[in-house]
Design a protein around this ligand. Sequence first.
Ligand SMILES: [Zn+2]
Ligand SMILES: [Zn+2]
Length: 575
Amino acid sequence: MPDTQLNKIRHSLSHIMAAAVQEMFANVKFGIGPAIENGFYYDFDFKPAISEEDLPKIEKLTKEMLKKSIAFKRKLISKTEAKKIFKNQSYKLELIKELPAKEITIYQSGDFVDLCAGPHVKNTKEIDPEAFKLIKIAGAYWKGDEKNPMLTRIYGLAFSTKKELLDYVQKQAEAEKRDHRLLGQKLDLFHFDQEFGMGLPLWHPKGALLRQIIEDYCIKEYLQNDYQLLRTPHIARLDLWKKSGHWGFYRENMYSPMEVEDEEYIVKPMNCPGHILIYNHQPKSYRDLPLRYAELGTVYRFEKSGVLHGLIRVRGFTQDDAHIFCTPDQLNQEITACLKLGLKILKTFGFKEYDIYLSTQPKKYIGSSKNWEKATAALKYALEKNNLKYQIDPGEGVFYGPKIDLKIKDSLGRPWQCTTIQVDFNLPEKFDLAFINEKGKKKQPIMVHRALLGSIERFVGVLLEHYAGALPLWLAPVQAEIINIGSSHQKYAQEIHSQLLANDIRVNLSSENLTVSKRIREAEIQKIPYILVVGDKELANNTVNVRHYRRGQEGEIKFEKLLEKIKKEITDKII
Ligand SMILES: [Zn+2]
Ligand SMILES: [Zn+2]
């Protein structure tokens, strides 16, 4: 953690809380208590154990202590002195043993002394007692090692002001409501099944339909932008991945090989080698370039179970992948076009804010410096041509080329990595890619990898969190629900149902087993954009009574008019 004032406040709070704990619980032993993102924690060994019900009491005493203007005093001491001070603190003694003798410092604040490198605030006056809050306890192994004793970790939130704390708490509550894993269950879109395997989502009918809608839209855009679609299988010979270099530098993310008739195969972690073999299948001339090969390609990458997170981090996912092969002269226009298309697609899904990063040449790289400069210039040119603000991430490019990464911001302002555009000098070399130029000479094309949404799985997760599950009409798997009030309106409801279906509208005719109010409620829980109620009046007037999920009650409207309205909203992809 950098030594900012806020981190000093957070770390100092961990000490003051520990001081409160020391006063309240005899025989407690202290582990460590650092500042962390949004707050701090401290690990304790309590005998007997405490529970979350103790937190308000600890918080109260911490607050009282903060108001006493306690100073933090730093002292450099010898190892012998340190061992004496912490003679009853086994965890501290263990830490002292590991420390170089000349670097042992302690911090004293009131009656509490901690082995600590600092830094801290000078005085608790710098800390707003209303700007922190203890939130939970959790078990944590000493030094993170499961062979060690399990300690009790108390977590606190801490900010500079009370307002910042309240804003954070509110945002967290909002984020919890939007958690795509919960929405996935509630809206019946997907689930993860231990029996199937971790990190492998199973898509239910409505989720599969949502994916299809997203994929169809992407494919339409690709074709309109002169891409060609490819399909490549899910497994390929291990030798291919050795040749591409993946087996060498990407192995930890790949699954183990399987044997097929004395040859080794692996499930693909990337789509690139397949696309390259298609490029190489026929000799290419400059007239064939640029070639834009796209595939909604499903890849499998090993992720440790601990980092899996809903649809955001999975073990198998579908990339909206493409590879562009072009001449060096075409690079500028191709990168610009990629970026433009990416921004257009993201905007259509409702994302208009981004953080953009340009990652440049790392220390270890392949390809000539001249090419790196040219490729980096092309990426810069594209960003500037599109009037996009960006930050340079110096040396953060991949070893095979520079790249642009785009993080979209959702409705809560949280960033999500989506678009990536990467220039690659490695694979054209490894696979001897070539084209014949105007003068009849063999030349190497430039290869660009690009994914605009990133992965469909991840993007669905982001969409659900962004819209809190209330998807825009064009994306909603069920766009309208028809509810007839009585059985005398059933025939009319069925007519409307068929007409909407005939117009490609995804509509459901609700079952009559439940009461009307329950059926309306159910449709609202499912966040269906249009609820269409029909009764006597609607039957007589050839109308429907419209209730829109986000806009609320819209009242009686002629069916023909409604149909036109819905169709236009879908075509225009209204957000
Ligand atoms: Zn400390
Ligand atoms: Zn690729």
